[in-house]
Write a protein that binds this ligand. Structure first.
Ligand code: CTP
Length: 414
């Protein structure tokens, strides 16, 4: 795969102090291979994990480490450095760096650079799972993302998996290839935002994402393995193209994308109500994995084991949110897009869903392979006019393409 968007682009890489710092070296290699120019800032913590010499050798430039070092300041002052870049990438972004940036603190070169830059910033967080899940870190990330078009920071990862500390869960830094894709997308968006005057400005998009959770009793419920990543990426891509975005999200644990209004719901009924209340909208992208059924009577107390054996759950069908939104009427969005998660006969099933649900496009999703929670996705875009197979792309790339298609639908290319 080539990344022409990276040719001659200037990337300032801030390497924070974490075991994932070793992956920053691979990121530099990938960026250089793609034609980018890279300069690195290494924090004191970062230098405990990778050497300035490795970074200097890979970037081909001296590595910056201190704030008030005359030698370093004479080559390129820290303000100049933060302006030199087309994009600033923090990988790994530690809880400490994120906390400083979220609160406007500047007491070393990395944090000063983050405050002084006038460019987009991409964070690749990496930390222990409990640290990542701590409300303080989540609040800091959400705050950084919400600073608006100019100062809002983008986030890639963290991934789920086993951590160096032996615990399991979200916190591992995104793989260098995924960071590279996120960099490419951000640079593309920056170009699109700067030059094309935000093609979806003035449009309202409602996006549903994530699973729903249908309670059985106060401690148990029915849900599914949707991560919400694809829907969140679509919400972010539409917002980057100027749309006003309402994201109706089931439980995901993902931070809200920059500039997006998120309504958090749990059940299908709540999702239906929140989606309906968000109308009118020009665009509806319903990517949520809505549970097909819920129990007809939720037990008020925890259901106990009983000698008679396990309880029988009586299920009733949830409303079809997509079919409801796509039904003809004054509130129907001009463009209604649904998803079809299929393990077999993708095109036939997607087509059947298109007509059964009355939507305009279906993003057919091949879930026979590794999709849930993964960063990649293989989709088929189906409309009344035909079907278009996309190669396997990252979820961010799928979102970018879909958002571009949506923008073209409203403002056809000359
Ligand atoms: N959908 C919805 N409300 C539901 C079920 C699904 O809005 N109660 C939407 C999903 O958000 C998605 C599309 O319908 O955009 C298709 O979802 P999918 O789970 O693939 O289809 P189902 O209708 O559940 O059909 P089946 O389970 O038979 O494949």
């Amino acid at each position: 795969m080539t990344f022409p968007v990276l040719t001659s682009r200037k990337i300032l890489l801030i390497v924070g102090g974490g075991i994932a710092a070793y992956k920053a070296l691979e990121l530099v290699r990938l960026l250089k291979k793609a034609g980018a120019e890279v300069r690195a800032v290494l924090t004191e913590g970062g230098a405990a994990f990778v050497t300035p010499l490795s970074l200097a050798a890979l970037t081909g430039h001296p590595v910056r480490m201190g704030l008030f070092l005359p030698d370093e300041e004479t080559t390129m002052g820290h303000i100049e450095l933060s302006r030199w870049a087309d994009l600033v990438v923090v990988a790994p972004a530690t809880a400490g760096l994120i906390g400083k940036a979220a609160n406007g603190l500047a007491d070393d070169l990395a944090s000063t650079t983050l405050l002084a830059t006038d460019k987009r910033v991409l964070l690749a967080p990496a930390m222990n799972v409990r640290m990542w899940q701590h409300p303080a870190v989540q609040a800091n990330v959400a705050r950084l993302q919400g600073f608006g078009d100019l100062h809002g920071m983008a986030v890639v990862g963290p991934d789920d998996g086993e951590m160096a500390c032996g615990e399991f869960g979200p916190g591992r830094m995104a793989e260098p290839a995924a960071i590279l894709t996120a960099i490419e997308d951000l640079l593309e968006d920056t170009v699109a935002v700067g030059q094309v005057a935000r093609p979806l400005a003035g449009r309202h998009a409602v996006v549903t994402a994530g699973p729903t959770f249908e309670p059985i009793d106060p401690v148990r419920g029915l849900t599914n393995r949707s991560s919400g990543k694809q829907g969140y990426a679509i919400a972010a891509a539409l917002a980057a193209r100027g749309a006003t975005v309402t994201l109706v999200s089931g439980p995901t644990g993902l931070p809200a994308p920059a500039g997006v209004t998120r309504l958090e719901v749990e059940t299908a009924l709540q999702m239906q109500a929140a989606t309906g209340a968000a109308l009118p909208a020009d665009i509806a992208v319903l990517s949520a994995a809505v549970a097909d059924w819920r129990v007809d009577t939720v037990a008020g107390g925890k259901i106990k084991k009983a000698p008679g054996g396990p309880p029988t759950l009586s299920l009733i069908e949830n409303p079809d949110i997509l079919a409801g939104i796509a039904a003809p009427g004054p509130m129907r969005p001009a463009l209604v897009i649904g998803f079809a998660a299929e393990t077999t006969d993708l095109e036939a099933n997607a087509r059947a869903k298109l007509s059964r649900k009355g939507c305009d496009w279906i993003v057919g999703n091949d879930v026979s392979a590794d999709v849930f929670g993964a960063d990649g996705n293989t989709v088929l875009l189906v409309s009344a006019g035909g079907a278009e197979a996309w190669p396997r792309l990252s979820k961010t790339e799928v979102a970018s393409r879909l958002a571009d298609r949506i923008a073209e639908h409203f403002v056809p290319k000359a």
